[in-house]
Design a protein around this ligand. Structure first.
Ligand code: C6P
Length: 412
């Protein structure tokens, strides 16, 4: 990549949109490298939340009054923005949830319960986040269905050769992560979907780490379900998305019962609302949806392809910098990798590393990253994880590297 390409993205201008990044922590400039856990929020998102509560707040879909109409319009406009972002065919295929976790639980408890019986199988991978394991495990406990697992290799890539043989007439769903939060691996989802759909098996993709980094087109992918969280893509916490093909969502039972999700209620008969309301019981996170819409506007307004080129060059810089530290081993060295660098350093516990880094103003995550099977594969209890996005800088990486040298000094 040429220097020109790498500098085409104006990171200083973008950073000025994120007030939280201007802070110091323990007297040091903040180097926020925990973006896979949650991203920071740009001013337009903060202002949209403020404006919503100052000028538009009311309940949605209920009132005839002016404010309620405004709140409903804002809530539904945001749904259309999500539809545009992932190129869903219909806006009713976009269901608001609390986040990826709730979206996956919704699929498991509705579609899963409807389609799985004893002996049936759900295919996952060894690199799943617990959110894409536990709901399926719970469902298997209840139904007698079985989990089958696509293994990973020592680079942290899926062993795709083993995948087609896992697909049988017993397989009722393939549910895999698009980009791994623990390793950064970008999975070959087109191939995964192709093999499954050749056999008529639906596919869910956990897109929690993908939507903030790469363009996602659910129609081009052809996946049946796609899930992600607002807070990992510069939007508020407590709002997430379940995309499902209308044909599935229409035939699935509701997840929760309550207001807004019904057509008629009598004590001996209840009929349910049409999509998407059938899956949105109770008062939703209206401000969250509005903030998510503002985050999508923000992402659309900055040059995302220039941001991706910049992010790639920063990943390469960070990988080289960390590889040059004696005793440091990167966990997850996939050919296709985005945003995440997990590592172990000598025998220093990641929590100790994380604490020392914090003293230097460097925010990373240390632990199993809710991906214990990944840790088991690499026979380690935990990693330290630096996760990057387009507002990070070479200075952030230099601060990380310097702080790691300090950690080595402290522990030797
Ligand atoms: N990963 C991380 O630090 P929620 O919490 O519902 O917004 O997202 C859950 C989730 C599901 N799938 C993947 C791939 C994820 O990365 C996450 C969240 C955070 O890696 C918190 S554990």
């Amino acid at each position: 990549m040429s220097v020109l390409e790498a500098t085409a993205f104006d990171v200083d201008r973008v950073r000025s949109d994120f007030p939280i990044l201007q802070q110091t922590v323990w007297g040091k400039p903040l180097a926020y490298l925990d973006n896979a856990a949650t991203t920071q929020k740009p001013l337009p998102v903060i202002e949209a939340l403020d404006r919503y509560y100052r000028t538009e707040n009311a309940n949605v879909h209920r009132g005839v009054h002016w404010l309620s109409q405004r709140a409903t319009d804002a809530y539904e406009d945001a749904r259309k923005k999500v539809q545009g972002l992932i190129n869903a065919e219909h806006d009713c295929e976009i269901i608001y949830t609390r986040g990826t976790t709730e979206s996956i639980n919704l699929i498991a408890q509705t579609f899963g319960r409807q389609h799985l019986k004893a002996g049936d199988e759900v295919v996952l991978s060894e690199m799943e986040h617990h959110s894409n394991i536990v709901p399926w495990w719970q469902l298997c406990q209840d139904t007698g269905a079985i989990l089958r697992v696509i293994p990973i290799n020592d680079r942290g890539e899926l062993c795709l050769d083993d995948y087609p043989s896992l697909l049988t007439e017993k397989t009722k769903l393939v549910s895999v992560v698009h980009i791994s939060n623990a390793l950064g691996t970008v999975n070959p989802v087109t191939e995964i979907i192709h093999h499954a759909q050749e056999r008529g098996i639906p596919v869910h993709l956990d897109g929690a780490q993908a939507v903030p980094h790469i363009p996602v087109d659910v129609q081009a992918l052809g996946c049946d379900f796609y899930t992600f969280s607002g807070h990992k893509m510069f939007g508020p916490t407590g709002i997430g998305i379940l995309y499902g093909k209308a044909e599935h969502l229409e035939s699935m039972p509701p997840y929760q019962g309550g207001g807004s999700m019904i057509k008629t209620v009598e004590f001996d008969n209840i009929t349910f609302a049409d999509l998407p309301n059938k899956f949105e019981a109770g008062t939703p996170h209206i401000a969250g949806a509005v903030g998510l819409g503002a985050a999508i506007d923000y992402l659309t307004a900055i040059d995302l392809s220039a941001a991706a080129v910049y992010e790639d060059s920063l990943m390469a810089y960070a990988t080289d910098a960390l590889n040059s530290i004696p005793g440091l081993q990167i966990i997850g060295t996939a050919e296709e990798k985005v945003g995440v660098i997990s590592f172990v350093l000598e025998d220093i516990h990641p929590h100790d590393i994380g604490t020392i880094l914090d003293q230097e103003g460097v925010a990373v995550r240390a632990g199993h990253h809710c991906a214990q099977p990944v840790m088991k594969h690499f026979q380690i209890p935990a990693t330290t994880r630096a996760s990057l996005t387009f507002y990070n800088t070479h200075t952030d990486i230099d601060a990380l590297t310097a702080a790691l040298h300090k950690a080595i000094e402290v522990f030797n």
